[in-house]
Structures are given as structure tokens and as C-alpha cells.
Design a protein around this ligand. Structure first.
Ligand code: ME8
Length: 539
């Protein structure tokens, strides 16, 4: 296998298959998709993974309640996730399901390694458990709830607010407490490893408050990967669902098999460049997961980026709160690209963000229908009228473009670095805002240079004819460049604009920096006006 480009391996959480995907799960997946598309366009060898977390008590209970076996249940619901991602034009390269045979081998292999290294031991667990979050809680986490002090009362989960269950069982533990100093040092040496900064601080203070060993097997949950060892007289146990789930990130790139090509892929792909997660699951990803990897002698992911939550009327959107919407309802109204643009532009990635119908309509009408869509339709129709529908000849000679043209070109020339800087900070909104400077500059340029006036005398006056050609060429060139930059967020629209300019699809570019340099639009290409890209909608 030749590996001549740099690997960029990125992941989303694997979602619980207890229901269909909603806007929250789609949000993480979309953000990861935009990053995957951007990195591909910059020439990285991207591997984008998403998938499903199919084991555990929560799934077992949902299946039973619906009258299915757990396997039937996950098989029934899994396609809804794949279909939703296809509908949203998610470009994942792999889709992992934790019920796969390969994943079972991978989990058992990692567990064996940790047993061999002395990091797993037998113990007894007594304490609180949140089934919906599949998370253990210590007494100190519940300190502010008086009721938590005895096992016959029922405290609430500090995270999701639902009643906890008291669990007493003999099972197996991972020596998480051993790794507190290692983790503190690691995060001190690698400040980028958890972002944004607020989340990093949260992780550090959690570690400083003391880590407890973690129970990694369950005696009374049948729906899971069997522990690969049993001691005489013991009933079989299954792996704790988070221990199982986190390992998906290495299963998907070849861990746990004897096959040479898998080992080679693992060496090439691991560690991951970035795990995208919501802030609700940061402790699993920034404490448990790196400790497991380190204990097994494996490198740690380069970065975990924990974004905020989508809020509806101030509350986290979630199935349990009954305020969850499915992407299909919005895609039907706003189109796939309208949907994608809104979530990437209007919600600051990293912070909680309120979403509303009004804001969506406003963004759609203002940024898409007015600014971007209108630029394309009025420009392309002028090219049809004044240049017989062809890109006018103009070599992009900077000495002939005039002051306004030079300003427009400068905005375009500055964009690569601005966009790259924004993406390096996961600032999607900032990247789009920078791109919109070019959209606005192109609209202003048309206003200021008034091609419709130049066209009036172009037939008799060569200077006016040249000026008209320059203006339309420059504006078309800006449109070509905008289509390239917006492709990670709005792939179909960008490909459509490129097709109307007689160009290859924007989404297939792998050298964004070179391709966005000014002056590459070939003169003579047919320009097709086509239907409006975005139709204004009523509030
Ligand atoms: O936690 N806003 O799965 P899950 C933004 N299986 N993002 C949201 C959101 C909201 N309102 N609601 C959900 C699990 N999310 C485990 C993960 S990984 C090894 C195992 C997103 O189905 C966000 O990414 O509960 C959050 O972290 C994830 O969905 C939780 O998905």
C-alpha cells in the first residue's frame, strides 16, 4: 500500500441505537463531515468514521420494551442512521457497529492486554448507576443530594437528571486511579489535546479531584461482549458498554486482528487526529479512554474536540426531553445545503447554541438566497445577455482590472489563510464569515462597476467592451473561488455552480490552495444560468 499523503483520521461518537437520529446527533456528524471534506480538499488522506453503539442495558431495555430481541432491535434501527447520514450528504468512509465480529475480537484483545499488564483486577462494585447514560456515579458526585446517602432512596443523575439505580455486584475493575498523574502531565504537555479550553479545564479539575478505579464488566447485563475469561464457579459477565464502545475507534482501523494489512493500517491511521464529541461525554473520552490506551501501550488520540449542546428554548435537545426534531423535517424545508449552512454558521462550535425557526429562515433568506444565490443568478444572466453565455476572455492581468477589481482580488487572495486558520480552530462560523466577505465584496463590485451601464456602449466602444469583460470575468472568478471554499459546507450547491461554469465538481478538488488562486477560470467556458440556487421563503 502506498501512503504518499498524510493521514487525517477523524471520528464522531458512536450513537446509541435506542431511537432514530435527531438534530443533536446530526450536529456532531455534520461538523465532522465538514472537517473531513475540508481536509480532503486540502490534500489529506482522510478517514472519516461514524457508527453505532449497540450494546448495554439501555439498548437491552429499549428492545424488550418494544418486544424485540436486542439484535433484532439494533438491526431494525441501524438503517435509520445510515439513511439519515446519506440524506445529509455525510461522507463517512466507514460505519462501525459494535455488534460486529471484528469489534468483539478487538475489545477482547484489549481487555486481555490490560489483564496481562495487571491493570484489570477482580473486585466488588456497590454504588449508583445511570442506565440512560450508562454511567457510574460516586458518592462524592452526589454529595449535594441528601437522598443519595442511603441505598433505599433514589438520587438523580447529576448529568441527565433521571433516577439512578443502586447496583451491588462482583465484577472486574480497571485501575484508572493509577493514571491520574500520567493524564495530568500529558494534558500539561499537550494543551491542544482537549479543546476548547473550558473543556480542558473541566477535565483537569476532574482528574485533580481524584480518580476511582472503574468497573468494566457487568454481571447482570446479558447484552454485551462476553468477558474473555471466567474464573471457576463464576457466571459469565459482559463488558461495560463504555469500555466496549470507546474501543470502536481502534477496531475500525485494524486493531485486534492478526492480519498484516490490518496491522499496517493501524500503524498508519492510529492515533486519530481528532475525536468529535459533545461535552456530555468528555470524561469518557478524555479520562477513561486515554488511560485505557496508555495502559495497553498504545498512543493517545491527538485531539478531542468537545462541542456544546443544541438548545431549544434554553434546554438541551434530547429524546428524553421530548424536544428532539429529526433532520428530515428541516431538510424538507431548507434543502440539505440550507440545513448544513445554518448549523455551521449560526451555532458557534464549542459553545451551547439556541436554534430556532426564525433564525433559520433569516440565515436562509439573507445569506443564501440574497447574498450567494442572487450573486450567481444575476451574474450568470448578465453573462448570458452580454457575453453570449461564455466566460469572457480576460487573462486576469492585474494591471488592467482597475481599483475595484484589485480590491476584490485582494479579498480572494487573503481568504486561504483566513479559512485555514478558522478550520484549525474548529471555527466553522468564522470560516463562513470570512468566505462571506468575498460574497459581499463580489456583490459590491457588481454594484460599483455597473456592468449594465458598460454594456450600453460596449458595441461601439472597445474600452467599454474591455471593461465589461474584465468586470464579468472578475466576478465569475470570485464565484468560482467561493464555490470551492463553500464546498465542505454546501457540497451540492458548489458542485452545481461549478457545473454551470463548465468546471469539474468542487468537491473533487484536492489542492484547495492552488485551485483558489486567482485567474484560473478558462475563457470561453459556457456559463449556464439555471434555476435559482435558493428560493426565498416566508417566515
Ligand atoms: O453518548 N446537542 O451516544 P448518544 C449537540 N453511545 N449534540 C448532541 C445533542 C445536543 N442536544 N444531543 C446529542 C453516546 N448530541 C455514546 C457514545 S462514543 C464511544 C459512545 C450528540 O447517542 C453529541 O455528540 O447519547 C453527544 O456527545 C452524542 O450525541 C451522544 O450520543
Amino acid at each position: 500500500m502506498t501512503r504518499d499523503r498524510r493521514s487525517y483520521y477523524l471520528t464522531t461518537p458512536i450513537y446509541y441505537v435506542n431511537d432514530v437520529p435527531h438534530l443533536g446527533t446530526a450536529y456532531t456528524t455534520l461538523a465532522a463531515d465538514v472537517m473531513a471534506r475540508y481536509r480532503r480538499m486540502c490534500g489529506h488522506d482522510v478517514l472519516f468514521l461514524t457508527g453505532l453503539d449497540e450494546h448495554g442495558q439501555k439498548i437491552e431495555q429499549a428492545a424488550t420494551a418494544a418486544g424485540y430481541s436486542p439484535q433484532q432491535w439494533v438491526d431494525k434501527l441501524a438503517p435509520a442512521f445510515q439513511e439519515t447520514w446519506q440524506m445529509l450528504h455525510i461522507s463517512n468512509d466507514r460505519f462501525i457497529r459494535t455488534t460486529s465480529v471484528q469489534h468483539k475480537h478487538s475489545v477482547q484483545e484489549l481487555a486481555r492486554r490490560l489483564l496481562d499488564s495487571g491493570d484489570i483486577y477482580r473486585g466488588s462494585y456497590e454504588g449508583w448507576y445511570c442506565v440512560p447514560d450508562e454511567a457510574y456515579w460516586n458518592q462524592k458526585d452526589l454529595a449535594d443530594q441528601d437522598k443519595a446517602l442511603s441505598s433505599d432512596s433514589q438520587p438523580l443523575c447529576p448529568d441527565c437528571g433521571r433516577p439512578l439505580k443502586y447496583v451491588v455486584e462482583e465484577n472486574w475493575f480497571f485501575r484508572l486511579s493509577h493514571y491520574a498523574d500520567f493524564l495530568l502531565q500529558y494534558y500539561e504537555d499537550n494543551p491542544q489535546a482537549v479543546q476548547p479550553e473550558t473543556r480542558r479545564n473541566e477535565v483537569l479539575s476532574f482528574i485533580r479531584s481524584g480518580l476511582h478505579d472503574l468497573s468494566i464488566s457487568r454481571a447482570n447485563v446479558a447484552w454485551g461482549i462476553p468477558l474473555p475469561w471466567t474464573e471457576e464457579g463464576d457466571a459469565p459477565q459482559t463488558m461495560y458498554v463504555w469500555f466496549d464502545a470507546l474501543i470502536n475507534y481502534i477496531t475500525a482501523v485494524g486493531f485486534g486482528t492478526d492480519d498484516d494489512s490490518c496491522a499496517e493500517e493501524f500503524a498508519y491511521r492510529w492515533p486519530a487526529q481528532v475525536h468529535f464529541v459533545g461535552k456530555d461525554i468528555i470524561r469518557f473520552h478524555c479520562i477513561i479512554w486515554p488511560a485505557m490506551l496508555h495502559a495497553a501501550g498504545l498512543p493517545l488520540p491527538r485531539q478531542v474536540f468537545a462541542h456544546g449542546h443544541l438548545l431549544v428554548k434554553g434546554e438541551k435537545m434530547s429524546k428524553s426531553k421530548g424536544n428532539a426534531k429529526t433532520p428530515a423535517e428541516l431538510v424538507e424545508r431548507f434543502g440539505v445545503d440550507g440545513y448544513r449552512y445554518y448549523f455551521m454558521r449560526d451555532v458557534a462550535f464549542g459553545q451551547d447554541g439556541s436554534i430556532s425557526d426564525e433564525a433559520m429562515v433569516q440565515r436562509f433568506n439573507g445569506d443564501l438566497a440574497n447574498d450567494w444565490g442572487n450573486l450567481v443568478s444575476r451574474l450568470f444572466s448578465m453573462v448570458g445577455k452580454y457575453c453570449a453565455g461564455k466566460v469572457p476572455a480576460y487573462g486576469g492581468d492585474p494591471t488592467t482590472e482597475g481599483a475595484e477589481g484589485a480590491v476584490l482580488r485582494q479579498v480572494a487572495d487573503d481568504l486561504y489563510d483566513r479559512v485555514a486558520d478558522a478550520y484549525s480552530r474548529f471555527d466553522y462560523s468564522g470560516a463562513l464569515n470570512a468566505i462571506w466577505d468575498l460574497v459581499r465584496a463580489a456583490n459590491r463590485y457588481l454594484e460599483d462597476s455597473a456592468p449594465w451601464t458598460l454594456a450600453k456602449n460596449a458595441e461601439d466602444d472597445q474600452t467599454q467592451a474591455d471593461a465589461l469583460a474584465q468586470v464579468l470575468y472578475s466576478a465569475l472568478e470570485a464565484v468560482r473561488i467561493i464555490a470551492l471554499y463553500t464546498a465542505p459546507v454546501m457540497p451540492s450547491t458548489s458542485d452545481e455552480v461549478c457545473a454551470r461554469l463548465g468546471l469539474a465538481p468542487a468537491t473533487t478538488e484536492i489542492d484547495l490552495q492552488r485551485k483558489t488562486q486567482w485567474g484560473q477560470l478558462p475563457a470561453g467556458n459556457e456559463v449556464r444560468k439555471g434555476e435559482p440556487l435558493f428560493l426565498r421563503m416566508e417566515a
